[in-house]
Design a binder for this molecule. Structure first.
Ligand code: PLP
Length: 438
């Protein structure tokens, strides 16, 4: 399998795509063809075994092919349960993606990328003794997941940049509790300034020559592929239990998680409809309604990890379905506003005792807004993207009680925290990197 930029102008190996992240033309990598699997031929049932079966074609011909099952065992070391939700209008289940070290689905992609990169380093053609310094700008979830995934892995260092005063206390702790090969920089500025700093350092010839810099962005193909795995596993488990393909509802911001669900269906997994639940950032629903692609500045919502005004993975979706009519048949989208998010969190707790994070609540709101006939006609799976305890300041007032932290999150909260203050300028980040050397 080779990987192409969505323009088709650049081609590289799996390792090339993993290490680069973005293609030289600034576009995203996609596989050069969609492999086709026959779901009926897949006999295994465990997550790691399904991962190895589903990803084998994507690793074909790669130097990493012999390491695929080790990468899966390393990355997928926590449960991803599919839980039936009885008592609804029709058959409904939730795919819980929040049992990893930082309690959100991004743990899966970040751990897989780290496990794959670690095994790729010794196989690179140009050998370099310096550690790979991964820089991430984060407004919340991503930084913690990347730090957790690379923490303690030889050959890597992680620098996290986050905006001072703009992350919740629990998020801040999760970004600053690592130590070892992870450093946290608390930037006197906005998230956009953090992102500009990282880009600036990559673009600065003297700084970037001095270090071996890398990134672990959510658009990296190494984060998409493991997300194909859990959608495939859930589809297979569901099909085996019920004998009918489930439809999926995926809370969506940058379209990474949902894109992986679309790829899972494209490779032959038993998946019916795919509905994207967005927050008040509506470029995707508006595009599907009008055919007019209008990215715009993001607006802040309660489902903050989905506050994306220009979803990067749209270019992958349009690459898979260049024809708009076909694309509109492939996915639907339902926008959910903050008022509905709050109401859904309160209502699902009162009706069923279920507690959702604000992102997951958009998915269940979208489910409730489907026509009743559609809910009865086909079984549905909603993906739960984060644990509600990460967003306790939003969730607790709605359910009027405390949300218990999962053990992994509670462990992190008990670690000491340390952040280095940083001015929002490139020279300051340059000298912080220099200090790190000594
Ligand atoms: C990142 C994130 C999302 C959005 O996922 P995309 O892949 O960007 O669409 C949804 N929920 C949570 C909790 C997230 O961290």
């Amino acid at each position: 399998m080779r990987y192409l930029s969505t323009t088709g102008a650049h081609e590289t190996s799996l390792v090339g795509a993993l290490m680069r992240g973005l293609a030289p033309d600034g576009r995203l990598y996609v596989p050069d063809h969609m492999p086709k699997l026959d779901a009926g031929d897949i006999a295994c049932d465990g997550l790691v075994d399904i991962a190895t079966t589903v990803l084998e074609p994507f690793f074909e011909g790669s130097v990493l092919a012999p390491s695929l099952s080790a990468i899966n065992a390393d990355a997928l070391n926590f449960p991803i349960p599919l839980r039936n939700l009885p008592g609804r209008d029709g058959p409904l289940a939730v795919l819980e993606l929040f049992h990893g070290p930082t309690a959100a689905f991004k743990d899966v992609g970040a751990r897989f990328l780290a496990a794959a990169m670690q095994r790729a380093l010794p196989k690179l053609e140009v050998s370099d003794e310096r550690p790979l310094t991964i820089l991430v700008a984060t407004s919340g979830d991503t930084g913690g997941a990347v730090a957790a995934a690379f923490h303690g892995r030889g050959g890597f260092r992680v620098g996290i940049l986050f905006p001072e005063g703009q992350v919740s206390p629990r998020q801040r702790h999760q970004l600053t509790c690592w130590g070892g090969n992870v450093r946290s920089f608390e930037v006197a500025g906005s998230f956009d300034q953090c992102q500009a700093l990282v880009k600036g350092v990559f673009a600065d010839p003297s700084i970037s020559a001095q270090y071996r810099l890398g990134s672990a962005n959510s658009i990296n193909i190494g984060r998409l592929l493991p997300q194909v795995v859990y959608h495939s596993a859930a589809a297979l488990w569901h099909y085996r239990e019920h004998g009918v393909a489930a439809s999926f509802i995926v809370p969506t911001g940058n379209l990474g998680n949902a894109m992986a669900c679309i790829w899972a269906r494209a490779i032959g997994m038993p998946i019916g409809r795919i509905v994207l639940a967005t927050n008040a950032n509506r470029p995707i629903p508006d595009y599907l309604a009008t055919g007019d692609w209008q990215p715009r500045p993001s607006v802040q919502t309660l489902a903050s990890a989905m506050d994306v005004g220009n979803p990067s993975n749209m270019e992958r979706l349009r690459h898979l379905h260049p024809d708009f009519g076909e694309l509109r048949d492939a996915v639907a989208a339902i926008p959910v506003d903050d008022h509905e998010i709050r109401a859904q969190i309160a209502a699902d707790y009162r009706r069923f005792g279920d507690i959702w994070c604000p992102h997951t609540a958009t998915g269940f709101r979208a489910y409730d807004r489907l026509p009743v006939a559609l809910r009865r006609e086909s079984p549905w799976i909603v993906t739960a993207t984060a644990h509600p305890a990460k967003f306790e300041t939003i969730v607790e007032p709605e359910i009027e009680k405390e949300v218990e932290m999962p053990p992994a999150l509670a462990d992190l909260m008990s670690l000491p925290s340390h952040a280095e203050p940083l001015h929002a300028d490139i020279a300051a980040l340059g000298s912080a990197l220099e200090m790190w050397d000594n």
